[in-house]
Design a protein around this ligand. Sequence first.
Ligand SMILES: NC(=O)c1ccc[n+]([C@@H]2O[C@H](COP(=O)([O-])OP(=O)(O)OC[C@H]3O[C@@H](n4cnc5c(N)ncnc54)[C@H](OP(=O)(O)O)[C@@H]3O)[C@@H](O)[C@H]2O)c1
Length: 257
Amino acid sequence: MQNALFDLTGRTALVTGAGRGIGLAIARGLARQGADLALVARTRSQLETARDEIEAETGRKVQVFPFDLADVEGVPSLFEEVLGVVGNVDILVNCAGTTVREPTEEASLESYRRVMDVNLTEVLLLCQAFCRHRQQVGKPGRIINIGSLACHAARPTITAYACSKMGVLGLTRTLAVEWAKYGITVNAIGPGYIATDLTAPLQADAEFSRWVLSKTPLNRWGRPEDLVGAAILLASQAGQFITGQIFYVDGGWTALV
Ligand SMILES: NC(=O)c1ccc[n+]([C@@H]2O[C@H](COP(=O)([O-])OP(=O)(O)OC[C@H]3O[C@@H](n4cnc5c(N)ncnc54)[C@H](OP(=O)(O)O)[C@@H]3O)[C@@H](O)[C@H]2O)c1
């Protein structure tokens, strides 16, 4: 029998960035706890594969919504489209993200804007649409934003990414205190170095990978599945008094001096 504290039966979660990597692992983990899913990313084929696998394994309903979240003006309509299909969204997981690694003195305004749009502006817009929806249905809700070690510390060449993820932390804390009155909790998860497509160039760099291990007391790269437990906690009854927090899942990275 499902532990009631972590049971998500009857809930629907909208997960962005759910085609692969961390978003896919979190989506699958929420479905295993009983949640139905609405999955967003650009690549339809990855979303459809995710849907087919998750439905076959869990028996939950999974709908897919291919969409480029860089189209920030289109985000409110995307949320309406999702609602039109799934009827109700109880949990919003903002996981879609991108980065550019370049010396800041050479960085273009275009790449800065793109990273800010995909990592931060669309997150704000989805949170707004979600909040209005939860007010309309008069029910509480859960928002989980995926932050980063960049919410905590700096590395060179990722200025836009750092600004966007620091922004995600500011957004998380602001919405937590502003929307508590609606029963909406807002938290962030800060992954350490996780082996995904996003970090493929870093994993391939032996020197960088050694540095990651030297900074990670648990002495390995993280796996997308490592983030699932924190997401279930923040989405479920177990997390009902947690809001405005960032939860680092980083193998001890932020604890090491
Ligand atoms: N991996 C790490 O070490 C790490 C560490 C800290 C934080 N994070 C954060 O975790 C999140 C997920 O990262 P990941 O490592 O799982 O990356 P990933 O494997 O590259 O997956 C990123 C997901 O986001 C989607 N996405 C990217 N741009 C999008 C856009 N413009 N519109 C819609 N969907 C978009 C991708 O699908 P499409 O390409 O098909 O759109 C994909 O499903 C990001 O926010 C990232 O910043 C990752």
